[in-house]
Design a binder for this molecule. Structure first.
Ligand code: NCD
Length: 302
């Protein structure tokens, strides 16, 4: 029985295997339509979500399985004070696999330690979001055809953006990858992320200037300023519009650069950018469903 809490728990060859299963699902969906018959996925979301929860549920239905879902954290027994450890043991009696999102860093890991079924981290606080990374990796594979020799720019809230931390952690394993970390000084990547890059000698630069670095990038990964993780509203209001990507700003970018965003977008990418063929954020959404299908199959040993 195996869980996925951190993207690093999947080796580079397992990532390759998930990417090829996802591509096979895209090419031959009928082959997979009954693979999870009789199996149940429980989605336990203690934080708001549209894409991640619905894409897990769509993934399970497309595999022929079923879904158990709580309406909201407020309507669950967590509101009566039940611990994550107890909830995990209880859900293990009903379902075959759990996808859990929680505002506390580490909560899905506690669930995994107490569940007798696999647990997938669907986002824990400002920490990690491994299945968004799987969506991002399939997008990079389909759009760029490789994971190595890429200059990847991350822009926006690199401090609280869990999708950023997980994607850096996945991409740093490939040869010739460079990171350009673009953020206001208050929202730079956490020290533990930088320490890891330093330790491995992976090249990265930190800057506040998106326009200056734009021509170097193969991938521009935009992010939303994570309002819910701010302690004060004033800082949020000051920082939220630090970067707004517009068609004008993209004029300096490579013609084959791709623009990614885990979504939801607030106003960090102008809607006019959606018509640019380099915009890939809605493709990421679809790719996320296929990678979640591949991951569910793997963890259920099917
Ligand atoms: C992200 C998240 O929840 O971390 N959304 C998602 O799952 N696609 C990004 C965000 O909320 O900004």
């Amino acid at each position: 029985m195996r869980s996925v809490i951190d993207i690093k728990e999947l080796s580079v060859s397992e990532i390759d295997e998930l990417v090829s299963v996802a591509k096979d699902i895209i090419a031959n969906p009928e082959k997979y339509a009954h693979k999870c018959e009789g199996k149940k996925l429980a989605t336990l979301f203690f934080e708001p979500s549209t894409r991640t929860r619905l894409s897990f549920e769509a993934a399970m239905y497309e595999l022929g399985g079923n879904v158990l879902s709580m309406a909201s954290a407020a309507s669950s027994s967590a509101s009566k004070g039940e611990s994550v450890a107890d909830t995990a043991q209880v859900i293990s009696c009903y379902a075959d696999i759990i996808a859990m999102r929680h505002p506390k860093e580490g909560a899905p890991m506690v669930a995994a330690m107490n569940a007798s079924i696999p647990v997938i981290n669907a986002g824990d606080g400002g920490h990690n979001h491994p299945t968004q990374t799987l969506a991002d990796l399939l997008t990079i594979s389909r759009e760029k055809g490789r994971f190595d020799n890429l200059t990847v720019g991350f822009c926006g809230d690199l401090k609280f953006g869990r999708t950023v931390h997980s994607l850096i952690s996945a991409m740093e394993r490939y040869e010739g990858v460079k990171f350009v970390l673009i953020s206001p000084d208050e929202l730079t990547v956490p020290d533990y992320v930088k320490r890891e890059l330093d330790k491995k000698g992976i090249p990265y630069v930190e800057t506040t200037d998106l326009t200056a670095v734009m021509p170097e990038l193969d991938i521009l990964y935009m992010t939303r300023v994570q309002q819910e993780r701010f302690f004060n509203e004033e800082d949020y209001l000051r920082l939220r519009d630090s970067y707004i990507l517009t068609p004008e700003k993209l004029e300096n970018a490579k013609s084959d650069m791709i623009v990614m965003h885990p979504l939801p977008r607030v106003n960090e990418i102008s809607v006019a950018v959606d018509r640019d063929p380099r915009a890939c954020y809605f493709k990421q959404v679809l790719n996320g469903k296929y990678m979640r299908m591949a991951l569910i199959l793997k963890l259920l040993g099917l």
